[in-house]
Design a binder for this molecule. Structure first.
Ligand code: NI
Length: 189
């Protein structure tokens, strides 16, 4: 019963997904959704990514499912499949980021007071020392005193973590956080 409900909701999900990659799958497997949201941008750039999309049944306690649905709605998901896929990806990234030699991409966000003596210079120097890992940096002058910087790092998980730690631990940096966003599988499209 639950399985068939999930199944039904899965097909609804595909039909309603606004992501071109999923819509592409829908057309590939030949099911014909009666309606789905047209996404006018990014029409055809991700073709083939999910060509092996598979369905499976999930048995889950009613209460847990209700909680999951509530969380999903709060986070703005329109369907369970997408929410589940994101959960799975996040967990895979988290897992592989724990392998020191896994190649990851992450962002470090720091906030600091640029009046602190030599702080801007130190932060810039640190980034130059690790220029091979620093992909890009965004600087925002938040207010009279504070700067926010977002630094994109790519490299071995241990290096990315170490660079992030150094940036965040620099005296005068008031907030800092590393988010590992992508585990690079080495498979490129
Ligand atoms: Ni600034």
């Amino acid at each position: 019963m639950l399985e068939s409900r999930l199944e039904a909701s899965l097909s609804r999900c595909w039909a309603w997904s606004s992501k071109p990659v999923v819509r592409h799958f829908v057309s590939r497997v030949g099911s014909t959704p009666t309606s789905f949201r047209q996404n006018t941008q990014n029409e055809s750039y991700t073709i083939g990514l999910m060509s092996d999309l598979r369905r499976f049944g999930v048995a889950i306690e009613g209460e847990l499912l209700d909680q999951f649905d509530a969380l999903m709605e709060k986070k703005g998901y329109t369907n369970r499949s997408e929410a589940f896929r994101d959960l799975a990806r996040a967990e895979l990234v988290r897992e592989s980021a724990q392998k020191p030699n896994a190649i990851v991409v992450g962002t470090v966000t720091i906030v600091y007071d640029h009046h602190v003596r030599l702080l801007s210079e130190k932060l810039t120097e640190l980034q130059h020392q690790h220029h091979k890992c620093v992909v890009s940096a965004l600087h925002v002058h938040l207010d009279h005193d504070h700067c926010l910087e977002v630094i994109v790092l790519r490299g071995k998980a241990k290096d990315v973590q170490q660079i992030a730690d150094s940036l965040i631990a620099t005296k005068g940096v008031t907030h800092g956080r590393l988010i590992v966003a992508v585990a690079d599988s080495g498979h490129h499209h």
